[in-house]
Design a protein around this ligand. Structure first.
Ligand SMILES: *[C@@H]1O[C@H](CO)[C@@H](O)[C@H](O)[C@H]1NC(C)=O
Ligand SMILES: *[C@@H]1O[C@H](CO)[C@@H](O)[C@H](O)[C@H]1NC(C)=O
Ligand SMILES: *[C@@H]1O[C@H](CO)[C@@H](O)[C@H](O)[C@H]1NC(C)=O
Length: 177
């Protein structure tokens, strides 16, 4: 399983919880921060609007030291400022993806993502991490069997860990209306 897979699976799995059937999800902002420049840097990190219906998120992390194996995802909802909402969980991405049998949700995403990848190799990941054009339409489309989710502004904060230390933070802001 390649690094590209990991990032996509985790982002999708987390966004999956944020989108509900009849809602429109929009990205509003993205921030990528390296916490240790000896460890990783972001080559790029942006949202792009092609037209009204086609917007996407892309990012690329250059990894100088490996492995990154764990990801913590925390969802925040904006009231008066962002407050933790619904989940704050840390996943061992290698372990999770090595055992998709007992994680049907992960298996579901991996299946969608296989065509998006041209590399497959086992953990740990020694490559740069890339999310290529994760589109809003695709996110909305994938999320067809989701729990109803309240409208509002959300922040999905992900921390990328290696040796149990935070190495990078990616914050994705979006609204559900
Ligand atoms: C938006 O851009 C995409 C990609 O270029 C294109 O396939 C789609 O038809 C466009 N949609 C509209 C409404 O212009
Ligand atoms: C999320 O959990 C981690 C520990 O797993 C903790 O350090 C962190 O403070 C928590 N974040 C929030 C917003 O509760
Ligand atoms: C993946 O699973 C196989 C068999 O269940 C196990 O032998 C292997 O150690 C696992 N690898 C990782 C990275 O957890």
């Amino acid at each position: 399983m390649c690094a590209k897979h990991i990032v996509l699976v985790v982002l999708f799995a987390l966004l999956y919880f944020v989108v509900k059937i009849s809602s429109r999800f929009e990205f509003t902002n993205i921030e990528c921060t390296s916490l240790d420049k000896n460890f990783d840097t972001f080559e790029y990190c942006y949202l792009k609007s092609i037209n009204r219906t086609y917007k996407y998120l892309s990012l690329k992390v250059n990894l100088f030291k490996t492995p990154v194996t764990k990801v913590r995802g925390t969802l925040f909802k904006r009231y008066n400022g962002y407050r933790p909402f619904m989940f704050n969980l840390t996943v061992d991405a290698c372990r999770l993806l090595n055992d998709t049998q007992s994680h049907p949700l992960v298996a579901y995403f991996v299946e969608f993502l296989i065509p998006h990848s041209n590399m497959i190799h086992p953990c740990p990941f020694t490559e740069d991490l890339v999310v290529d054009k994760l589109s809003v339409g695709f996110v909305n489309h994938q999320a067809t069997k989701v729990l109803p989710f309240p409208e509002g502004a959300y922040l999905l904060e992900t921390h990328w860990l290696a040796y149990d230390i935070d190495r990078a933070v990616v914050k994705v802001y979006g609204t559900l209306s």
